[in-house]
Design a protein around this ligand. Structure first.
Ligand SMILES: [Zn+2]
Length: 382
């Protein structure tokens, strides 16, 4: 165990203002920019891959996370998910199977970390807007930490996601419109009632949790990063979180290079693909988003600039796939690989024929696809 933790506070991604770690923070108080945690690689470099914690969860990598050694962890065994080879996609393709998480999605990693941090800071009630999966995760972890939780979901959310949130005792409000409209309502309630808003990037305590996927993938491949990570892009929490962790791993020389990212969005809501491919600095809102991949129906991700920066630094690719291609990939993943995916997850597999067909990726290169969520909560879309 490290004596002094690597977590040293927070900083604004826009104006670089710094904040101490014991404050309850949302966005930058000076410029409303998004906040990132400061994890000091020098302190991590005192560790080695040989003496990692043995917890069967993402908390094996707690030294990389914004917590202190004595913090009480709110965990349901999230993370530590399998990495397995897929044989039916005719390349060197591995899947990071996040469907094995407690509520069936990678959102559990972010929620476990955020609720751990907020619980320590004394937060008693939180609100958030979600397409459904993050809602389920936050409801579960809030319940475990005895924190009240209110979730705002678009009315179109999958019924199982609404039901699971209600069964766990959360206040669930269905909102007409998109997640942007749900976000406005969550913010209004947070402001009126003084609740903590844990929505995507309105809190700085989620992305490092998802970043643990990068650490696990490298460990599972024998501390050798893959050539490519294919990621379904909605709010971008996992992409910026993983890119940060890959960068830390390279700095402390646990790996010799960083992978390149492929960001995949549905053709009916592809604001990041459009912005990236037209070399924009920020993401413009996508009007009238329409897709079966509800988790990717994010018309204007709050972290647009941060996502584009990470994708560019990785020399990445951004492309979109149709709903029909997503459906076809869901069928192939289930029938050929025994992998039950929700549409948002299957979008990554739908991108593979393009990546190989257009020779953007060579079939010998090692590709890790992030299967972000189980199809058990979205069976009506199968
Ligand atoms: Zn700022």
């Amino acid at each position: 165990m490290i004596q002094q933790g690597a977590f040293q506070g927070l900083k604004c991604t826009e104006c670089h203002a710094r904040y101490p770690k014991d404050e309850i923070l949302q966005k930058c108080r000076k410029c409303a920019g998004l906040l990132d945690t400061i994890i000091n690689p020098e302190i991590l470099s005192e560790k080695s891959t040989g003496n990692l914690d043995r917890s069967p969860s993402m908390w094996k990598f707690r030294d990389f996370l914004p917590v202190d050694a004595t913090d009480k962890i709110v965990s349901a065994g999230e993370g530590d998910t399998p990495l397995r080879k897929l044989n039916s996609f005719q390349g060197n393709v591995w899947v990071k199977d996040e469907t094995r998480n407690p509520t069936g999605t990678f959102k559990d990693r972010g929620a476990s970390l955020a609720v751990t941090t907020l619980s320590k800071l004394g937060v008693k009630d939180l609100v958030l807007s979600s397409e459904g999966n993050a809602g389920c995760s936050f409801v579960l972890y809030s319940h475990l930490a005895d924190i009240d939780c209110s979730v705002f979901l678009p009315r179109q959310a999958n019924p199982a996601k609404v039901e699971l949130s209600r069964k766990l005792g959360a206040t669930v409000t269905l909102v007409d419109g998109t997640i942007t409209d749900a976000g406005r309502q969550a913010e209004a309630v947070a402001n009126r009632e003084g609740s903590y808003n844990a929505s995507t990037f309105v809190t700085p305590y989620r992305h490092d949790g998802k970043g643990t996927m990068a650490l696990e993938i490298c460990e599972q491949l024998g501390w050798r990063p893959p050539d490519w990570i294919v990621y379904p892009l909605g709010g971008g929490v996992g992409l910026v979180g993983m890119w940060k962790m890959f960068s830390i791993l390279e700095k402390i020389e646990w790996v010799k290079k960083r992978p390149r990212f492929v960001a995949v969005q549905p053709a009916g809501c592809a604001p990041v693909v459009r912005a990236y491919n037209s070399k924009k600095e920020d993401v413009d809102e996508w009007k009238n988003p329409e897709t079966i991949a509800f988790g990717l129906r994010i018309p204007k991700p709050l972290a647009g600039k941060w996502i584009l920066r990470s994708l560019r630094e990785s020399d990445g690719i951004a492309l979109s796939v149709t709903d029909e291609e997503i459906r076809k990939s869901m069928g192939q993943a289930l029938k050929a690989e025994g992998l039950l995916l929700e549409p948002s997850s299957a979008a990554t597999l739908a991108a593979l024929p393009y990546l190989y067909g257009e020779k953007m990726i060579d079939r010998s290169e090692e590709v890790v696809v992030i299967a972000t969520g189980s199809g058990l909560k979205t069976l009506e879309q199968f």
